[in-house]
Ligand binder design. Structure first.
Ligand SMILES: CC(C)(COP(=O)(O)OP(=O)(O)OC[C@H]1O[C@@H](n2cnc3c(N)ncnc32)[C@H](O)[C@@H]1OP(=O)(O)O)[C@@H](O)C(=O)NCCC(=O)NCCS
Length: 174
């Protein structure tokens, strides 16, 4: 796996199957800006680059866009520990991108967030979820593969990964 510089990535940490955080999910609203700001403050630069393929971004990008929805995963203290953004590309396909707080990775949060996104997309009637992942982002590529995503193309830098979804997809894989 590519190293992103975080402690979790560098150690032989137990897999998310062994440490699984108990989470709840909520849809983010513009009024959640302050909680998003706190979450953003807990992200490593390397994780931000993996998520946005850039270091230039505003934490407002975590909030829902007019064509999309954003979910937060909350821990027992109701702090945001992960955010998934979904954008409708057309009636059939939605694009997903996610990020987990840097100090809480490898505990199953990313997998649960993705399962939640798949459930939501299935409920909304989308046929596919699509994500663009940096080629070097082996962690996300591994997670996506285990959740049913397959690589369908690349421009050299980014790999396009797609997952067919059904109404039961997220339930099967979460
Ligand atoms: C990719 C990311 C979302 C994974 O979140 P996470 O909460 O750490 O993932 P999980 O604990 O649910 O792990 C799920 C699977 O991902 C893979 N994975 C995650 N971290 C890994 C690591 N450091 N090394 C190898 N595989 C890893 C494994 O397949 C893992 O399953 P396993 O634990 O059963 O082996 C997280 O690392 C992250 O936020 N990265 C920065 C932002 C980013 O890359 N976003 C994707 C942009 S599209």
């Amino acid at each position: 796996m590519a190293d992103n510089g975080t402690a979790a990535a560098e150690t032989d940490a137990p897999t998310s199957a062994l440490i699984r955080e108990l989470l709840s999910f909520k849809e983010l609203r513009p009024c959640d800006e302050e909680a998003c700001r706190v979450f953003f403050g807990r992200l490593d630069v390397c994780d931000i680059r993996m998520r946005f393929a850039s270091l230039h971004f505003s934490m407002r990008l975590f909030l829902p866009s007019p064509r999309g929805i954003a979910f937060a995963a909350l821990d027992a203290a109701e702090e945001i520990v992960g955010v998934a953004n979904l954008v409708h590309l057309d009636r059939h396909i939605a694009e997903i991108a996610l990020i987990v707080r840097s100090d809480r990775q490898r505990r199953g949060i990313g997998r649960q967030l993705l399962a939640q996104a798949l459930r939501w997309a299935g409920d909304q009637g989308f046929s596919h979820l699509l994500g663009y992942v940096l080629r070097e982002n082996q962690r996300m590529r591994a997670l996506a593969r285990t959740m049913g995503f397959r690589s369908v193309g690349t421009d050299g830098l980014l790999i396009e990964m797609r997952c067919p979804i059904s109404r039961t997809t997220g339930k099967e894989r979460g």
